[in-house]
Each structure stands twice: as structure tokens, then as C-alpha cells.
Design a protein around this ligand. Structure first.
Ligand code: M6P
Ligand code: ZN
Length: 185
């Protein structure tokens, strides 16, 4: 019998039919998003995050896709590890994120570059409206694990983010929070 298991304490997806996708992104794959891109070749080879996903009806209008992002702890020259971040190719498509493990921030930037920040932790739930760019930042010292559910036809648009970035950067700090929100353009 076909079994599809989601472990709600670890965020791990298992499918007896092995139809789980896996995407791995190294530091080098994501280096463009950081302000100071100065890293060694060795550092570039390290894993930044991986995403498991279940997409039984790829690109079908009305279908859903489910996944888990696992973002490692660390920083690049004082800027915490983060996901590339994206809007959707079909821009009106919304998405849910939910925190499973670790401590992070979710950056939500609208079309006017106004950014809202939500704290991500075990059991936190985040509704991401269509047209809104979304990025996770790991501000903790363990892997940040975050589940997601979105429309299978949404697609990813990374272009705007890779050109203009988000309007805030999350930097390491000695303050009581351990991080500092730096606002830019
Ligand atoms: C979540 C979902 C995926 C996304 C992944 C990693 O699991 O939003 O669609 O691919 O996070 O984020 P990004 O694509 O921005 O690197
Ligand atoms: Zn998305």
C-alpha cells in the first residue's frame, strides 16, 4: 500500500513510491544574495539549505505542492544564512509557511518594497499573500526547518530578487536579540 508520511516534529517527508523531490543549495549557489560575497572556494562548497518536496500534480492549475526547507545555521560575513527568496511566476499565488524547528525570520516584501518580518519557530504559521516576495533567514544556531504548501502551478521567479534584493538585511549582532535589522532601499 502506498504510504506518504510527514513527520511533524522533524519536517521529514517519506514516500513509499519515492516521489519526493530534493533540491540542495550550496553557499556558492546562493552567494549573490549576500551583501559581502567574499568567501573561500571551500566555504562555497558547503551546503546552505535543502528542500524536500511532494508535487504529485506538477503545474496543474488548482493542484497543491508541499515541501520542507532546511536552512543551516551560519553567516556570510555577518549576514545570516537565508533562502534565495522569490515571488511566484503566477504572481497572485499565495502560500503557507509553518515553523517546525529552529529560530528564524520570514521576510515578506510587497510590490512597493515594503517589508514585514515575522518570527518563525516551532508551531508558527505564516500566510504569504500573492505578489509578496518571501525569504527565510536562520537567526539561530540550529537548522531552521519550515514546512510550506502552495499552488502547484505557482512557479518561482528569482529575477527581481537577484537584481534588487530585499529592502532589509538581517545581520549578526551583540545586542540581546542576537540580530539587527538593517533597512536599505
Ligand atoms: C519553500 C517553498 C519552495 C521554495 C523553498 C526554498 O519550501 O517556498 O517553493 O523553493 O522554500 O526557497 P527558495 O526557492 O526561495 O530558495
Ligand atoms: Zn513561494
Amino acid at each position: 500500500m502506498h504510504s506518504l508520511i510527514y513527520d511533524f516534529s522533524t519536517g521529514i517527508l517519506e514516500d513509499s513510491e519515492k516521489k519526493i523531490g530534493l533540491i540542495k543549495r550550496t553557499i556558492a549557489d546562493t552567494i549573490d544574495i549576500y551583501e559581502n560575497k567574499d568567501v573561500t572556494t571551500e566555504k562555497g562548497k558547503e551546503l546552505a539549505y535543502f528542500v524536500q518536496s511532494h508535487d504529485p500534480q506538477p503545474n496543474i492549475e488548482g493542484a497543491l505542492q508541499f515541501g520542507t526547507s532546511n536552512l543551516l545555521p551560519g553567516d556570510i560575513n555577518g549576514e545570516f544564512y537565508m533562502t534565495k527568496g522569490h515571488t511566484h511566476e503566477i504572481e497572485n499565488r499565495a502560500e503557507y509557511y509553518f515553523g517546525i524547528k529552529g529560530n528564524g525570520l520570514l521576510l515578506l516584501m510587497d510590490e512597493n518594497r515594503n517589508t514585514k518580518i515575522e518570527e518563525v519557530h516551532s508551531n508558527s504559521l505564516h500566510y504569504i499573500e500573492g505578489y509578496v516576495a518571501h525569504r527565510l533567514v536562520n537567526i539561530g544556531d540550529t537548522t531552521l526547518v519550515v514546512g510550506a504548501c502552495w499552488n502547484a502551478d505557482a512557479g518561482h521567479n528569482y529575477d527581481a530578487i537577484s537584481e534588487d534584493g530585499f529592502s532589509v538585511r538581517i545581520m549578526k549582532s551583540d545586542n540581546e536579540l542576537g540580530y539587527e535589522i538593517r533597512r536599505g532601499k
